[in-house]
Design a protein around this ligand. Structure first.
Ligand code: FDA
Length: 394
């Protein structure tokens, strides 16, 4: 391995590959390192194997950060349409699964192939299965001790991502290096992650494991509409993953199992029009039958015909169904979380080029920074945009 580089990028994931290719096209002598045996492993398993590679409706409001303005500049300069243009130039088939959410039609593999091809065309040297043991200042640049020997670089980019899914190569390397250079790192916790439950709710949901249904789920002031998936351990599904970024341990979630309309009004109307029908029968018109049966069992114990239901009884049932409160025991943690909430304090980073304001020639990009997108392609868009912002300036 050559020992002197213009740019070394540590982490051949989404942001690292994007940054390396962008810098390489500008004539920089770039080395892209990863300790995993191949690049872009997380991309391959993202979006259920089909990579939700961007969201056409991404705005800075879709990101959580202690410094909400930080992401604006990079997101504005490299938009979802810029990435889509790249995807289309490489002839990758894609679909819009939900409004704005673009996925590969078949598999995420072409996205990794596209990024490695771009790196190759840009003259980037990609080296996998290389670990970095130490990073020290070397004049205005850096000296790296790696498992392949010592190397020097004028500029160093850290693109090592967050803690989620350690089996895919995730480490706290970026956070530790930031601390080594005296930067503040906000507390981190898993986000876009399923919740675990204990006792009663765990038993209730385990009996319905595999069932998915649209709900409104609320946590504090945040409300997300989407599918919830009941599991043997607790709750998952897009709405739940999305709201997990707003959750703090000990907080309760409120689930509205009847998200369209006011259930009490519907029940009163049905009691007039179909008095001989049972509550479960009527609820099953819009809910999966197993869920309708379970809701009545949880909140009323037994099913009855509507003619026998008092207003007070229907009111109580409606409130229980539309404001069902449960307290998660915790989350499934880094093992299944899609992203890391928190990270490197962006007040110390230039929003123009991702450089550390106090340490010349050191850069951080992607998820290692305190910028966390919602569910739906926002996190990759941040990885592309921050990678490009850095690659264009470095
Ligand atoms: P990323 O994690 O991509 O890359 C970091 C790289 O650094 C890795 O290759 C790793 O091996 C390497 N590395 C780590 N430590 C190192 C060390 N010490 N030395 C050398 N190399 C090191 N987002 C989205 O927008 N749409 C989606 O569909 C999904 N789906 C999804 C599914 C799952 C299961 C997960 C876990 C995550 C998602 N995401 C997602 C989130 C998305 O994958 C994530 O935000 C980006 O990959 C972050 O890009 P980065 O480049 O910052 O890190």
């Amino acid at each position: 391995m050559d020992t002197q580089w213009d740019v070394v990028v540590i982490g051949a994931g989404a942001s690292g590959m994007m940054c390396a290719a962008t810098a390489g096209y500008r004539g920089k002598n770039v080395l892209l390192l990863d300790h995993a045996n191949r690049p872009g492993k997380k991309i391959l398993m993202s979006g259920g194997g089909r990579c939700n590679f961007t969201n056409l409706n991404a705005t800075p409001e879709d990101y959580r950060s202690h410094d909400p303005h930080f992401c604006i500049s990079a997101l504005k300069r490299y938009t979802p349409y810029d990435f889509l243009e790249l995807v289309e130039r490489h002839g990758i088939d894609h679909v819009e699964k939900a409004p704005g959410q673009l996925f590969c039609s078949d598999s995420a593999k072409p996205i990794v192939e596209m990024l490695t091809t771009e790196c190759e065309w840009a003259g980037v040297a990609l080296r996998c299965s290389v670990s970095v043991d130490a990073v020290v200042r070397d004049g205005e640049g850096f000296c790296l001790e790696t498992t392949e020997g010592q190397l020097r670089t004028k500029k160093l980019v850290i693109a090592t991502g967050g803690y989620s899914i350690p089996t895919l190569g995730a480490t706290g390397f970026g956070f530790e290096l930031a601390r080594q250079f005296g930067l503040n790192v906000w507390d981190t916790r898993p986000a876009l992650v399923p919740f675990t439950l204990t006792s009663l709710w765990k038993e209730r949901f385990a009996a319905l494991a595999g069932l998915a249904t649209p709900v409104d789920v609320q946590c504090g002031d945040a409300i997300v509409r989407g599918d919830v998936l009941l599991t043997h351990r607790g709750i998952s599904g897009p709405a739940v993953l999305d709201i997990s970024g707003d959750w703090v341990p000990g907080q309760a979630l409120k689930i509205n199992w009847w998200p369209d309309g006011v259930l009490y009004d519907d029940l009163i109307e049905w009691r007039d029009t179909s008095p001989r029908k049972s509550v479960v029968t009527m609820l099953s018109e819009r809910l999966p039958k197993r869920l309708a049966q379970a809701l009545v069992q949880w909140f009323c114990e037994k099913d009855t015909i509507l003619a026998e239901c008092s207003n007070a009884y229907l009111k109580q049932l409606s409130s229980a169904v539309q404001e069902c409160e449960l307290k998660p025991a915790g989350t499934e943690g880094w093992r299944t979380a899609e992203v890391t909430l928190g990270g490197i304090d962006t007040r110390l980073i230039s929003s123009k080029d991702m450089s550390v304001k106090t340490i010349p020639n050191l850069y951080f990009i992607g998820e290692v920074l305190d910028v966390t997108g919602r569910l739906g392609g926002f996190n990759f868009q941040w990885a592309w945009a921050s990678g490009v912002a850095c690659g264009q300036a470095i």
